[in-house]
Design a protein around this ligand. Structure first.
Ligand SMILES: [Zn+2]
Length: 110
């Protein structure tokens, strides 16, 4: 008997969360246009977050003006095709990015 009550409650929770998702449609856009630096970008595009909170390329040290994934992706795929080919995503890329970060830290003194 108790089980039935629980599953009924669960149903109500499911309905309420479905409603809140439907009513919060606008939220999705802000999530897509992430204004904050995403840590995943370091591994994916060899970018780090600088002191201004903006993405900086580890390979050519170019600073981008916006925290937009599409900008980082375009920079990486157009300017660093060799890097992408040399270090495919996964452990090799991760290691290469770590090396770049190490070099970056020793050069910059701030
Ligand atoms: Zn670059």
């Amino acid at each position: 008997m108790n089980e039935k009550a629980i599953s009924f409650d669960q149903k109500i929770i499911n309905i309420t969360s479905a409603v809140s998702i439907a009513s919060g449609k606008k939220k999705r856009r802000t999530e897509e246009e992430n204004r904050e630096f995403n840590q995943d970008w370091t591994e994916s595009f060899a970018f780090i977050c600088n002191t201004d909170g903006l993405p900086t390329c580890l390979i050519c040290h170019e600073k981008l003006a916006h925290n937009k994934k599409s900008n980082l992706e375009r920079h990486f795929t157009t300017k660093h095709t060799q890097f992408a080919g040399k270090y495919p995503t996964g452990d090799a890329r991760k290691k290469a990015d770590e090396e770049l970060q190490k070099n970056n830290n020793s050069q910059v003194s701030c």
